[in-house]
Structures are given as C-alpha cells and as structure tokens.
Design a binder for this molecule. Sequence first.
Ligand SMILES: [Zn+2]
Ligand SMILES: [Zn+2]
Length: 253
Amino acid sequence: MTVNNIGPADYRLLYDLHTHTTYSHGKGSVEDNVRQAMEKGLGYIAISDHGPGHIFYGVNRNDLPNLKRDIEKMNVKFPKLQVKMSVEANTIHGGNGLDIRPEEFDQFDFVIAGFHFGLFGCSSIGNWLWSHGWKRGEEKLRKKNTEMIIHALRSNDIAILTHPGDKGPFDIKAIAEVCAETNTLMEINCRHDHLTVEEIRMAMEVEDVKFILSSDAHVPEAVGECGSGLKRAIEAGLDLSRIVNIVKKDDVK
Ligand SMILES: [Zn+2]
Ligand SMILES: [Zn+2]
C-alpha cells in the first residue's frame, strides 16, 4: 500500500544500527557486514550483538576486546564507512533494567536494548506461553512487561528500543511516551514484525517520538534491507520525516 503514491523504493537508507555477527547469533563476520553496508551505499553501520545475559546467543564479555579490534580494523581499512560498536542489551526486571551494567556502557559507542526470551528475570516463560497462545493473565503480564521497559529506559542512556511489542504484551503508548522523554528512538524492525502497523499508529500519537528502521541482520546479505519496515510505516500513515535514517531519493543530503 502506498500513500500519495510514495513507496519504499522512493527512499534510501542512510545507516543501519542493528546488525549481528558470529560474536552472538549472526552468521557473518564484522567484515562481511561492513562489505555489505558499503555495497548498499550506507554511511555507517553498527555491530550490535546480543547482550551477555542471553543464555544461548549472548556475546561473551571476554570477546568484547576482539570485537573492538575487528571494528577498529574496519575503520582503518574502509575509511569511507564508519563502523560503530554497540550491543543489543536485554531488558530485565530490577537492577538497572539491563544485562549491561552502568559501568560497562563506556565500552560501546552507544547501547540499544530490547526484550528477548532466554534470560532469567524477565518473565520469559510467561511471555513465551503468551506468544504461543496462552492468554490467561495477559493484563498482569502487560503491566509487568511495560514497567520493565520503562524502568530500563529511565535508568540508562538507551539509543534505540529494539522491536517494541515483540514476544509479549506491552503498552506501546506508555512506552512511546517514555521514549520521547528519554530521547530513545523506537525501532521499526525489518526482521521481526514489530513495531506493527497498529503499533506505529499508537506510538506516532506521541508527538516527540522519533523512529528508526533497522535490518536486525543475522546474515550479511540482510544488512541495509529495510523495505518491509518502511512499507509498514507508510501503511500506518507515519510522517516519514520522523524516521531518522531515511532520505527521499531526489533530495540531496
Ligand atoms: Zn532483538
Ligand atoms: Zn537483534
């Protein structure tokens, strides 16, 4: 669906700040992702592997110096493209609300965060059951999940909230209000279906919220691929100037 005859092909992605490598759940190396980003004509990308708390896919804290070295090498080898070091932290109840501690933040250029199964202390089982059709206790779970996200947003400097609404019930409007307050971008994720069209409509009611498209690439070929998310944004009727990392192809930037 298009609005005013505008479709995803009319826009160009400027940067992709959510990509994975073999340091967590991805299939490619840092260099594989970087090469693909250059092919796509991006200005910069970030490597944002899963936070260390994830039982199955988390990045190993001992590997962070190696990841940093890989990224530094790329910035020397390909000076035209900037590569940033990030992490997709996991939200949890209590503490500072993340599996990345406050004193670890300065190891990264910026931190992005989202809810995932596979950790203790984030109602993984309840949310997994909810995602598989067990809706009993839904409202209580929604309240708990929403509090978890809001606590993480207010306790940390999170650049991007990844795939809000994915893997459980959440109050998107309440989360959007806090994203506006904390200056956190809401992600329209192109690997997961969230934000959905409906969720974009809820979030965009909050005037100061800005959005970002991410590939959430787990294979190098997916880096910079954001057409499906842009399609959802257009369908939702979002003012596309609120998406920070796209530009209309005929605009000079
Ligand atoms: Zn994620
Ligand atoms: Zn991810």
